[in-house]
Design a protein around this ligand. Sequence first.
Ligand code: GDP
Length: 461
Amino acid sequence: MHFDTIAAISTPMGEGAIAIVRLSGDEAVQIADRIFRSPSGKRLKEEQSHTIHYGHLIDPTTAETVEEVMVSLMKAPKTFTREDVIEINCHGGIVAVTRVLQLVLKQGARLAEPGEFSKRAFLNGRIDLSQAEAVMDLIRAKTDRAMDVALNQMEGKLSQLIGTLRQALIETLAQVEVNIDYPEYDDVEEMTIPLMIEKSTWVMNEIDKLLKTSSQGKILREGLSTVIIGRPNVGKSSLLNSIIQENKAIVTDIAGTTRDIIEEYVNVRGVPLRLIDTAGIRETEDIVERIGVERSRKVLKEADLILLVLNSSEELSIEDERLFEVVSGMDTIFVINKTDLPQKIDMQKVMEHAGTGKVVTTSLLKDEGVDELEEAIAGLFFEGNLESGDFTYVSNARHIALLHNARATIEDALAAAEAGVPVDMIQIDVTRTWEILGEIIGDTVQDGLINELFSQFCLGK
Ligand code: GDP
């Protein structure tokens, strides 16, 4: 495929020692040669691919020197986009890098749209859609683990798995066609139906396995959304502060327009915690009072994890009982705080309420018990097989939705096969499953979706 030559600033805008302007396309090298002058007078188009060159950029219209640069030359096809790629390493800082960008634009490059480099890599067949999406995840990854998952997906692990499932479906469909076209045996249905049942069952189970990873994958990607609740003065703010202080805050993100919530990300032993509504933490204490148990439950349902704080030095109150009711059935860690004071709380009762939930005792004043709490959080999360080192996780909402869809369709096929529905009807469902799975890797997606997806990327990617 042939596209025009695009350019963009590929490093974040801001102060930095170095910034990179990237060009991709048939004319990338030509454009660079027009503005690049090396001390020895070399021409980039005559140089070896995958080499780097020192020199200056000049504005050919004024002969003025614009920047001192290092230019990386990468010729097609072994490049990210499979096109000729030039990367101009210039001084960081918005003015310097913008001048370089303007210079290449004046020489005929077009400003890239967000994600257009990755889109070309996809359109030129270097990566599939799930890999391209992994590039985006990689940029946004908040912990090392999330990054491992993205890297793995970028390498094509998910694509391979999906490919295997699709291959099985296609082979089944082919076999069915053979059975129909060349009936060596009298009864085509008798031959074909068991095969379809066997293969559909296998594919369905494999999809289930993938979907099982999705909740962990989603958490790695988006953070374990965590809410701290408890009566006034039990130590909620103290708990929040100690979690934030002990752990590297990943981002403090103030979502402006859509949701008026302040979110704080911290990395707790590899688990990205997203502490929700931390600004409003003082309000959660009377949330139950205000809106009642049932509605509180609905509000808290959004959370992946609840930290319910109780005061060890006081007897359980009506409010505590109500909070137990609110969190029942949700993933909750019960934090019994203020253990430095004489104990008045009935631990037996706490244990009864907690059931299978974890109970941790802390004295936030003396900085005790926070380690145990973090262990409990990590334990809750890693109960699955995340630590097994296999990082093929489905984390992307689009992929998860498609997998659910594919599962429903193959289940239909299975039910139909078992109910003795004519083979050609079952074929439709199997084919549809193959198509839906194809959408994950971008094999059977429409242009509109592709544009939509890539437009979510950052500029210069
Ligand atoms: P919140 O209202 O639930 O957010 O509670 P705070 O975190 O503001 O704490 C209320 C009061 O309890 C503050 O004066 C804290 O210093 C104190 N506090 C918090 N944790 C402990 C603890 O473990 N032991 C003792 N003795 N006091 C604590």
